[in-house]
Design a protein around this ligand. Structure first.
Ligand code: SF4
Length: 201
């Protein structure tokens, strides 16, 4: 995986932990490409918690309405910005419990902030990680949190974020949701899904 995806990393464009938080909230059910298009414009106007805290949900909706679930996302971003100012001195917190207490921030988003913004150890399970890990046979769990636990048990702490990014790259390039390209996959000899003969569907 490391040889195949030497440049695997986040596709979201950001400069500060807070910008990453906004981008990560926007990325739910939206491609990173589309998020980057939105934030490219958005962050030129607003990029600090104080900027967002002053907005009404309706004002922010106008800026982000080209991504799905924009009404909820607008509310989450503004409420998170206000909470970060009120409880964390204007800085995005670093611990999982504090991050998950922010509106719109679940386990996966908290993991992204910990791993990408702060260089900590985390293994966020998004749709690609969930699918590829299960196909490879690294977990049989049906809950993302349990898949994360199974992966964490076999991936050393310092390797978890790189592994997360490589699984995402693999899921986007080869192990596609509808029709995985098993014939050109370098992992097939290790893959439960392939070894079971399921690659033919
Ligand atoms: S062999 Fe097929 S199912 Fe297994 S990881 Fe590769 S593309 Fe995915």
């Amino acid at each position: 995986m490391a040889e195949n995806y030497p440049d695997a990393g986040t596709s979201l464009v950001f400069e500060t932990p807070f910008e990453l938080l906004v981008a990560a909230i926007l990325s739910a059910q939206c491609t990173d490409k589309q998020v980057n298009r939105i934030t490219d414009r958005l962050f030129k106007k607003y990029n600090k918690p104080q900027d967002f805290a002053r907005l009404t949900p309706e004002e922010l909706e106008q800026e982000i309405k080209s991504c799905g679930l924009y009404r909820n996302k607008s509310r989450f971003i503004i409420e998170s910005a206000r909470e970060i100012i009120k409880s964390h001195g204007g800085c995005v917190p670093m611990t999982r419990s504090e991050l998950e207490a922010l509106p719109g921030v679940g386990r996966k988003t908290a993991g992204v902030i910990i791993g990408v913004a702060y260089g900590g150890s985390a293994l966020p399970v998004d749709t690609h990680v969930f699918r590829v890990a299960r196909r490879l046979g690294l977990s049989a769990a049906r809950e993302p949190a349990k898949v994360e636990e199974d992966l964490a048990a076999c991936v050393p702490s310092g390797e978890r974020m790189p592994f997360h990014h490589r699984l995402i790259f693999h899921g986007r390039a080869i192990c596609l949701a509808r029709k995985p390209a098993c014939h050109k996959c370098s992992l097939k000899e290790y893959c439960s899904f392939y070894q079971s003969g399921s690659e033919l569907y």
